[in-house]
Design a protein around this ligand. Structure first.
Ligand code: NAP
Length: 340
């Protein structure tokens, strides 16, 4: 039998261990934040080189393109609409006249489109790849309600469009021992509900970048960095689209005849979803983070905090993590469907 004082001592030791673990993890977070936010941008060696930004005409892609132009890089922007590309290129060149900007209109989900894109760039050595195109979340939707076509689209947009370009561009970067790859990933795979094909594709992206990073080290390549950058909610046209789709579906289901009210509700939801964090703010952190913080990194500090505190990756026991993830999933669904 244990005496009360024995139990008190054990509880005190357990408490001290838990406290020390939390402190160590909090310190690690602080160190990471300081390294990413306060350290210098390591893009000097890419000055006047070409960066390829997929989905570069809007949202996160356009914001990263601007941040790269500000660092002296030249840009190749890719998206489907030539009109949007022209507008983005004009905007960038007006602010950074020294930047050369090429635009290529292509639907990167079309079979063979990435190979065609690479061919058209055979005369343009790419030093920085921002594999940003993605999204296409058809949700909130349970996995078994996804049509095969929707799932294949989400996989092509988020996965294949990234992997094909990484595979196509890495040999040149390795040969020159100079390059940086950023695959734009999402926090969503961690809470894991109502957007399963999207989350799964982003999880694969993280795993792939981590493995390529370790293979580069094994191959002795020191001048090429490969990273998945994990983002939380950002206010972009993609989010507006998601909210509008959900608003249309909710209005149709409720036979709501007032489109203005539906649009106002969608705008409110968009704010609730993204916390109105702008793409420019997130892009500034992403560019600072290139080549720093490891192969899977959350560049923007508020997203990193959300990841750690809300998802409890570092602080909470698994049973609590599951409960929190479910609560976040329910909240996401409720926000999209206009119940909050
Ligand atoms: N926004 C968020 O809350 C959030 C959170 C986490 C992660 N992310 C990730 O961040 C990345 C960018 O998201 P975003 O919200 O900025 O997206 P967005 O606002 O929807 O912008 C998407 C960009 O991709 C282009 N695009 C879309 N489909 C394309 C296709 N099939 N082929 C070529 N280009 C295409 C669009 O231009 P066109 O229409 O002209 O093609 C546009 O330039 C994605 O990988 C997304 O998963 C976003």
């Amino acid at each position: 039998m244990f005496s009360t004082s024995n139990w008190t001592t054990r509880l005190a030791v357990l408490g001290a261990l838990a406290g020390a673990t939390i402190c160590a993890k909090a310190l690690r977070l602080l160190y990471l934040w300081a390294e990413l936010e306060l350290g210098p941008v390591r893009l000097q060696r890419f000055k006047r080189d070409w960066a390829l930004v997929t989905g570069g005409s809007e949202g996160v892609g356009k914001a990263v393109a601007k941040a790269l132009a500000a660092q002296g890089l030249n840009l190749v922007l890719v998206s489907r609409s030539q009109q949007k590309l022209d507008a983005a290129a004009a905007d960038i060149q007006q602010r950074w006249p020294q930047a050369q900007v090429r635009t290529i209109a292509a639907d990167l989900t079309a079979p063979g489109s990435c190979q065609q894109l690479l061919q058209s760039l055979s005369d343009t050595p790419i030093s920085v790849l921002i594999a940003n195109v993605g999204g296409g979340i058809c949700g909130p939707c349970l996995y078994w309600h996804y049509s095969d076509a929707d799932e294949a689209y989400v996989q092509a947009l988020n996965g294949q469009a990234c992997y094909s370009l990484v595979k196509g561009l890495l040999p040149g970067m390795v040969a020159r021992n100079k390059g940086a790859v950023v695959a734009v990933s999402s926090i969503m795979h961690q809470w894991g509900s109502y957007a399963a094909p999207y989350g799964a594709e982003k999880a694969k992206m993280n795993a792939l970048m981590a493995m390529i990073d370790s293979e580069l080290a094994l191959a002795g390549v020191t001048g090429v960095s490969v990273q998945a950058m994990v983002l939380g909610p950002v206010d972009t046209p993609g989010v507006v689209q998601l909210m509008n789709n959900a608003a249309t579906a909710a209005a149709a289901a409720a036979h709501d005849a007032d489109p203005a009210a539906a649009a106002a509700a969608a705008a409110k939801r968009r704010q609730a979803f993204s916390n109105a964090i702008s793409a420019e703010v997130v892009a500034a952190s992403m560019v600072k983070c290139i080549g720093k913080g490891g192969p899977v990194v959350t560049p923007y500090w508020k997203h990193a905090l959300q990841q750690q505190l809300m998802l409890g990756e570092c602080l909470w026991p698994p049973v609590l993590q599951r409960a929190v993830k479910r609560a976040i999933s329910r909240k996401f669904k409720a926000v999209c469907e206009g119940q909050e």
